[in-house]
Each structure stands twice: as C-alpha cells, then as structure tokens.
Design a protein. Sequence first.
Length: 492
Amino acid sequence: MSGTFVGMPAFPKAAHEAVHNATLRANLRHATHTIRAKRAKAVAEVSDWAELREAGKRIKDHTLRHLNRYLVRLEESVTAAGGVVHWAADAEEANRIVTALVKMTGESEVVKVKSMATQEIGLNEALEAAGIHAYETDLAELIVQLGKDRPSHILVPAIHRNRGEIRDIFVREMGEWGRPAPEGLTDTPAELAEAARLHLREKFLRAKVGISGANFMVAETGTLVVVESEGNGRMCLTLPETLISVVGIEKIVPSWRDLEVFLQTLPRSSTAERMNPYTSMWTGTTDGDGPQTFHLVLLDNGRTDTLADEVGRQALRCIRCSACLNVCPVYERAGGHAYGSVYPGPIGAILSPQLRGTASEIDASLPYASSLCGACYEVCPVAIDIPEVLVHLRERIAEGGRATRDGNTVVLKPAKGHAAERAAMRAARWAFSHPGALRTGQRLASRTRRFHPRTLPGPGRAWSETRDLPAVPAESFRDWWQRTRGGKDTTK
C-alpha cells in the first residue's frame, strides 16, 4: 500500500488536535447522527435483515476461501466479453499499468468515478507526475480535490466540511480547474449542486478516458458493478472511449444470485436507501455502445497477506458501506483525517495495518483507536467482528510474532513503547492462572480501597486523565457467593 498521508502524526496526537476543533466536531456530530438514524429506519423495514447479514457473511467467506478459483474465472469471463485484465501486485505496479494505458490513448485528461482503491494507491498523484490530469466527478470528491484536501469518510469524503466552507471552495477554486462558479453563489444545497453540475459537464463531454473502481465483480459473467447516488458514475462509465477499472481482488462475488444479497444490504447500510439511485453494470465492450476499450486492473496490494491471517482476513468482507464510522464514538470526535489513511474509522483501524503492515508509528497506533464498544460489529452488514480483529492486532503489535508480508512468513518484533502493556498482560495471565493468588489480591484490594488513588501513576496517567477509575467493591464476587449461597470455592 502507498504511504500514509504525508506529514500525518500517529493517531493519539492527531486525534488530540482534532477534538479541539469545535467546527469539525459539530460537522461530524450532525452528519453521523443524521446518517445513522436514517440507516436504522431503513434497516428496520427489512424483516429478514439478520438472515441477509448472515448470507452476506457466508458468501464473502466462501469467496475468500476459493479466491484463486474465482479470480481465474473472472479473468476468463472479462476476456471473453472483450475486456483486458491486468494483475497488479502492489500500488507501484498498478499506477504504472494505468499510466501506461492512458498514455497509449494519447490523452492528458481523465475523469474518475469515486474509487477508494485508486486513492489507496495514490493514482491521482502518479498520473499528475506523468503529466495527466485526473478530475474527480463525485460531488464530495470534487469538494476534496478543489479544496486541496483529503477525504475523511468512506461514503461522504467531505463530511468534515459545512455548506459555507464548500461555497467558499467553489468560488475560490473552480475557475482554476475549469468552468468557474456562478456569480453570487450561495451555500444552499441546490445552488452548490448546480454549480458542480455545470463545472463537471464540460469534463464529461470532453474526456476520452474514464477511470473507475467497482463495488462488486461477478465472476460468472465478468460483470462489474458501481452503485452511486448522483449519476456522475453513469457519465464516466458510458461517455469515454476507454474505460480503466482498478479494483481490489476481494470485491469479487461468484454469481448474480450472490450479488442480489449485497444490492439489498449495501444501500440501506450506506445511504439509508432501499436501493441506490444509480446501479451501473458493464460486461466487457459492445460495438457502438459505451467505451470501446475496457481494461480491468486487479489490485492485490497487501490483500493476499491479509487473507493469510485467519482472524484478520474477515476485514476483506467489507463492502465499504461506512456504517461502522457513523456509529463509532471515536470517529465522531476525531474525524477521518486523524487515522492517516484512506480508510478511516473502525474498518480503517483493522484494514490499513494489515494492508500496509505495522512498521510505521501511524499503523501501529490504529488498532488502539477504539473503545472496543462493539457498535461497529452490530451494524456491519457482513458481520465483521471488528473488536476481535482490533484485539488481535493489538496483541501482534505489543507482543510481535509471525505474520505474512509480501507473501512471505516473517517474525515481527514487538513495537516500541509497549513494554508496560506487555508486563501488565503477562502479570494478568499469571494471576488468572493462579486462582489462589487472584483471590488474595482481590481481598487485599477490597480492604485497602479507601487508600486507592483517583488517578493511575506512570503510563496509566494518560488513561485516567479523562476517565474515572472503577471503584473496587467492598467484597469480591467469590466471597459474596460463599457468604450468600454457602457455595464451596472450587478454584482453590
């Protein structure tokens, strides 16, 4: 995976700065609360939501177990339909492939459908270095690009901006990229949308090359699927003469029947709609209709390494709905930029460290960017147990151990700064494996509780600065059980 956001600090420092931004917190609170309330209502309409969720989980797990077989079938289907398939092991190779394909057309401009895979590999920057201008056509992505900003949400990349800020960006920057903003532009949503529509139309009509991602790829037919709400995707997928799609290898589903499950769960979990306003599907090329040249770039970039982890691989089920971000108390307060990754929020906290490894300070901090409240797991439409993976990655960072990197098994060293954590976990393991010592410690803690400090000393001070230490009860559960039930302590 390409590097982290340039200049970004690790999550604790970035989040500490973000929570003091009152405007950011207000924007996030309003947006996330609105989205999750609408989502809850949309999901409640479906009587078999739990069954759909389980079906999505099983389809994804089955596909990941047989990924090699389905990828080969996909390549055969795409090729038979007139497309060309390219395989990219990492970001550098993917960028090299796409850049070469665009240069072959002789064009110096491309229009893009919102794609997290291309953000992940830094495609826009790679194209710019080659003298090729990439224009984002999703409204939120356009706002981010014009504002020389970074996306902060999977579904709503400009969630950290309010209407007044967006109006100022349009007025200030649109003229530098193409058609300027209309005179007297206000911050009403309708006027902002119209300004973006007019600005983008000339891009759509002029561009000869389109670049997209895909929400799903159907192995049995070679069909790619993009779901969106604005229609910009439909324009990018039909008007250009050449279409290049960059898609992570985990986005595959075996059949049309499997796709049906996700076309029910994705819109309700993401935009709180019964179905997406625009669901675009294309299979290879067709004479006289749509792009006449189609290239599919299948991106690994750490995904097979993630697949090798029996606990962590469930992150590859993700269908990028962003429901976990909208319920996460940490994301709501810190925002997406604090994660230093294209993938923010709970899913980013488990996906980015697996795709990129945990060697950097940013990636080593991400599994700790959670309260482990479990709200993310409850709303996930494919039942990714994010808290389980977070704890799994925390153990890897603190203790080190075996992992897969670039297809090879390596032994990771424990990360720096976790000596106290390792000592505490080992002490807890010893205590829980010696019930007599545990019971003695519980009784001692109960009898000395009046002398307990209100804050923790040393490294624990950072934890107790914003939390109350749990009060130690006057009597342990075991002692209470013996006293009230007359039970015999079988742990001695």
